[in-house]
Design a protein around this ligand. Structure first.
Ligand code: KIV
Length: 266
């Protein structure tokens, strides 16, 4: 997609042609970096809840949270397609409410598309959002907003018949009109079967190499997430160590009187 603005038709055209690259962002500096690095899509994920707000799940994230962070990311993204997550309970009740809430992410936040978790049972909400002229990305496999319903964060799609079930869910989303589908934490062979079953691109996270694209959480990728590192994360930097070291040196310099120097003073 060279240097031109990434669009929905451009994303669709990448199926089996070019691997799509997506990263999450929650603020202006990370958005600038992601866009500057030439990534295709930037996702304001509701992982905001865990990664930035310090919650233990995505469930406490509100629509107001998502609008505020999408606004910040919008200011840093010029070329990539900007997608915002629909948070928990923002699309679960009526299709009209789902469309109205998606509209806030577009009108107030500046998103160009929204992402909705779940398969066939979300088709009513997805159709209403599409009727409001808002492109929708689907999300299957491990759907973190269902953490209590499925009993934890674990790999999905492992049982007998699961590949067929997930492929059917993906086809339901495709038929409803989504432009891409995130596949999270499913076996590589299942993701491959789902990817073959639909004409829209799949974007994997913990879903093996056969997906049409890959997504990682920004803070995981740069080594800023404390604690357990999921097996599917590749860390390209160890930023927490570097920042911790810098803060330690700052403390030592202040305590010893080495900071500020004469040159750093007026
Ligand atoms: O919220 C998020 O970060 C996501 C990605 C894992 C795709 O939905």
């Amino acid at each position: 997609m060279e240097n031109s603005k990434v669009t929905i038709p451009g994303i669709l055209a990448c199926k089996s042609q070019k691997k799509l690259v997506m990263v999450t962002a929650y603020d202006y500096p990370s958005a600038l970096l992601a866009d500057g690095a030439g990534l295709d899509l930037v996702l304001v994920g509701d992982s905001l809840g865990n990664v930035v707000l310090g919650h233990s799940s995505t469930l406490p994230v509100t629509l107001d949270d998502m609008v505020r962070h999408t606004q910040a990311v919008r200011r840093g993204v010029a070329r990539a397609l900007l997608v915002a997550d629909m948070p928990y309970l923002s699309y679960h009740f009526t299709p009209v409410e789902a469309a109205r809430n998606a509209g806030r992410l577009v009108q107030e936040g500046g998103a160009e598309a929204v992402k909705v978790e779940g398969g066939a049972k979300r088709v009513g909400a997805i159709r209403a959002i599409l009727d409001a002229e808002i492109p929708v990305m689907g999300h299957l496999g491990l759907t973190p907003q269902s953490v209590h319903a499925v009993g934890g964060y674990r790999v999905q799609g492992r049982g007998p018949g699961e590949a067929e079930r997930l492929a059917a869910e993906a086809r339901a989303l495709e038929e409803a009109g989504v432009f891409a589908i995130v596949l999270e934490c499913v076996p590589a062979a299942v993701a491959e079967a789902v990817t073959r079953a639909v004409r829209v691109p799949t974007i994997g996270i913990g879903a093996g190499p056969a997906c049409d694209g890959q997504v990682l959480v920004f803070h995981d990728l740069v080594g800023l997430t404390p604690g357990h590192r999921p097996r599917f994360v590749r860390r390209y930097l160890e930023l927490a160590d570097a920042i911790g070291g810098a803060l330690g040196r700052f403390r030592e310099d202040v305590e010893s009187g080495r900071f500020p120097s004469a040159e750093e003073s007026f």
